[in-house]
Design a protein around this ligand. Structure first.
Ligand SMILES: [Zn+2]
Ligand SMILES: [Zn+2]
Length: 755
């Protein structure tokens, strides 16, 4: 008798297939990709069937039966099974965990959620503040439940204008939801159910845009991609195009071609740029040909489920979405586009820690589709793949409509401070340019990649810096909250006057964030309309879109912001871009510090002069000679690439090796160090055993942020030869398990950063 046993993968870290008996009534309904509920230990879990067979090595006597088949048919198709299997092997998680990430929870759940739970204070602010003080007195130790409850109350009192979901707040504060539950039970907190707004859907009746003529370079790119699309062959293209060169037009033409051949496509975009105008632009051009589905995290369950069904049924053949849309079950996939392929948001920072760009390349390889990566500042990995002919390079070196690139001026702030006889954040050149732009009714963007008012407090006598109690991070002042805040764990403290260490010196605020720049600009240009865009003021997608609408309508003269403003904004009246402090990310203890700095400078410069008006960019720096700054001034990507790739080669960093970062986090620093040393010794053994697989092992050493949310962080960095070596090494590390609450082991393959 055939098909008596099913192999399942389950949503647990245990990377193994488990056999179960298929009971009589289920025979004929169990197949690969079907979900089944089973008993696993003492729990009931729902996993995916990955195989059906007529015998099991364990024999029927020892096996349990499948308990339930919750769905009508398979939820994962062959393509999804194959891709998630690769993700599990490569990114060191279980196949079951990878499938959980690929199939949205809403598709797996039976009931749709139409509201989100938001935490509110259950009593008056005064009462809650009183209770917080009482709890603080009662629980002095950081791991006492009173201390944790006090922290929850304090956070809600400080960030009174923010909406926290219970799970989100617990994660941010670094503990379980138990203290929140207690406070709710005691009435100090309450839950407000906020209904999620319905997604408008994509309006296919949108009037089509005028179809622009292609530039010579655009046409060359479109023609280069076409044959691969027609032949159903796997190929990855890197479309390197300077800002404003019309990469989107190339995407649209390639997609249209794919649709005309009856195939489907996926467009991956960084989360923040998934603004309605992106979607509108695609639907205006392609809406006549097919339905377009949109997937993103802010949609209701009902909307997501509807979009998913439209994709599965083939009604929508184009899917636009962030990272997770790489798993969209598009039929007859012909093309995956990864816009802004260098963006860090494509790397997921929890299990499975996959990179959506690399998953897209793998999916295209597995399904004979074309992968099109686009960027004005490609990642070193993608650029080197293009240079080495693994990817095909397509270049757009000129802006559309023969518009010039903006003129970039590097301002040496050492000279500037000397000339102005004081420390300053505003050079005369930038001040003048902003003033000119405001007078001419043009617009300016000022970029500083740091939130808050000041960045740290320092004693003027003993030099003590005010640090967070839970993290090795200085506290920064946020005037709008009237508090000092740790950006990592949301710890808050009142602004200090007297030094807590020497009790003599005065604490002075140092450094500047966007809040300070906004205030300064308002003071300097009384008649300018100034707005700020950073995550302190932008609480939702609606805030973001509303501000952009106002900027577009000309209701704002100067926009101050963090990296939120560096991406994709296309406003023709922006003629001045000022980078307040270009060196901010230059000296971070991270192998991508230069790459990230160059990318940010180039992207933010690219916001200037996109219309008929010419653009000017001022890059303020204390390191004007730095190759990174020089290349950004020349807007010369390949000059940057040549310099940086030689540095990476000398230091043996990607793309010359692959990295596996093993993070060991422990509440007790000694236990963490001990565990890290053991893992290192084990890897040394492996290195001897498998010659040439491991290139180098660094550490254990304290992570650049040595303590975060009360956990001490050690890391062991493994450099391996190539992608094939990854599996061998991570399998070895996984034997150590994932740890528990006291200590955690995190394996990050191809980490974006080491901070
Ligand atoms: Zn002091
Ligand atoms: Zn902190």
């Amino acid at each position: 008798m055939a098909e008596r046993f099913a192999s399942l993968v389950l949503p647990t870290p245990v990377d193994q297939e488990f056999d179960y008996i298929i009971p009589e009534p289920f025979i004929g309904h169990v197949a690969r990709g079907v979900r089944a509920t089973v008993e696993f230990g003492k729990r009931k879990l729902t996993g995916f069937v990955v195989g059906v067979k007529d015998s099991s090595p364990l024999g029927a006597g020892k096996l349990k039966p499948l308990l339930d088949l919750p769905d009508d048919g398979p939820l994962a198709d062959e393509g999804t099974l194959k891709l998630t299997q690769w993700i599990a092997e490569y990114y060191a998680c279980s196949w079951g965990e990878a499938l959980e990430a690929a199939i949205p929870a809403v598709i797996r759940r039976k009931r749709a959620v139409r509201a989100v739970n938001i935490l509110r204070l259950g009593k008056s602010r005064t009462d809650c503040a009183h209770q917080a003080r009482w709890l603080e007195d009662k629980g002095k130790k950081a791991n006492s439940p009173y201390h944790k409850q006090a922290k929850v109350l304090r956070t809600l009192l400080t960030f009174h204008d923010k909406d926290f979901r219970p799970s989100e707040l617990a994660e941010q504060l670094g503990f379980s939801e138990a203290p929140i539950a207690t406070l709710i039970k005691q009435g100090w907190l309450s839950i407000e159910k906020i209904p999620i707004e319905d997604f408008d859907g994509v309006n296919a009746a949108e009037a089509p845009d005028e179809i622009p003529d292609l530039t010579v370079e655009q046409e060359r790119a479109v023609n280069a991609i076409a044959p691969s699309i027609e032949r159903d062959e796997y190929k990855t293209f890197l479309l390197y195009g300077v800002t404003g060169s019309g990469k989107t037009e190339v995407y649209l033409r390639a997609l249209k071609h794919v649709l005309e051949l009856g195939k489907g496509g996926i467009v991956l975009v960084p989360e923040i740029s998934l603004a309605p105008q992106t979607v509108r632009r695609f639907s205006a051009r392609l809406g006549g040909v097919t339905g377009i589905a949109v997937l993103h995290s802010a949609m209701t369950d009902a909307d997501r489920r509807r979009e998913w069904k439209r994709i599965v049924s083939g009604e929508a053949r184009v899917v636009i979405g962030p990272r997770s849309a790489v798993f969209a079950p598009v039929r007859d996939l012909g093309l995956v586009i990864v816009d802004e392929e260098h963006e860090p948001s494509y790397k997921q920072d929890n299990t499975p820690r996959y990179h959506a760009r690399d998953a897209a390349v793998m999916r295209c390889f597995q399904q004979n589709a074309v992968c099109l990566l686009g960027s004005a500042t490609p990642s070193l990995e993608s650029a080197s793949n293009a240079v080495n002919k693994r990817y095909t390079l397509l270049e757009l070196t000129k802006r559309v409509a023969e518009r010039p690139l903006p003129r970039v001026t590097v301002v040496d702030m050492k000279d500037e401070c000397r000339a102005q006889r004081r420390f300053t954040f505003f050079s005369n050149a930038l001040t003048q340019a902003v003033s000119d732009a405001v007078k001419a009714k043009e617009q300016a963007i000022l970029f500083l990649n740091r939130r808050g008012y000041s960045t740290f407090f320092q004693c003027d006598t003993c030099r003590e810096v005010l640090m967070c109690e839970n993290c090795d991070v200085p506290m920064s002042l946020h005037k709008s909250y009237g508090q000092c805040i740790c950006h990592y764990c949301l710890e808050t403290k009142p602004t200090p006057r007297i030094c807590p260490k020497c009790m003599k010196g005065a604490m002075q605020s140092k450094g500047a964030g966007t809040e300070f720049i906004e205030e300064e600009i308002k003071a300097r240009f009384a008649d300018a309309r100034v707005a700020r865009m950073d995550s302190d003021v932008m609480k939702s997608r609606e805030d973001y879109e509303e501000l952009l609408d106002r900027f577009r309508a000309g209701e704002i003269d100067v926009l101050v912001g963090t990296q939120m403003i560096a991406k994709g904004l296309d406003f023709p009246r922006v003629t001045v871009v000022g980078v307040i402090h270009a060196d901010l990310s230059l000296y971070l203890a991270d192998f991508r510090a230069h790459e990230r700095t160059f990318q940010l400078l180039t992207q933010v410069s690219g916001r200037a002069g996109r219309g008929t008006l010419k653009g000017r960019v001022f890059v303020q720096t204390f390191a004007p000679e730095h190759p990174c700054i020089q290349a950004a001034q020349a807007q010369d990507y390949w000059a940057f690439y040549k310099h940086e790739i030689s540095q990476r080669k000398i230091a043996a960093y990607p793309p010359f090796v692959r990295l596996i970062n093993v993070g060991i986090e422990a509440r007790d620093p000694r236990r963490g160090q001990e565990m890290a040393r053991k893992i290192r010794a084990d890897l040394d053994d492996l290195k001897k055993l498998e010659a040439g697989v491991i290139v180098d092992i660094l550490g254990p050493s304290a992570a650049p942020i040595a303590r975060l949310r009360g956990r001490h962080r050690q890391q062991v960095l493994v450099k391996v030869r190539d992608h094939k070596a990854i599996g061998v090494v991570s399998a070895r590390i996984r034997k150590w398990g994932k740890g528990g609450d006291a200590q955690r082991i995190v394996i990050d393959v191809d980490p974006y950063s080491l901070l």
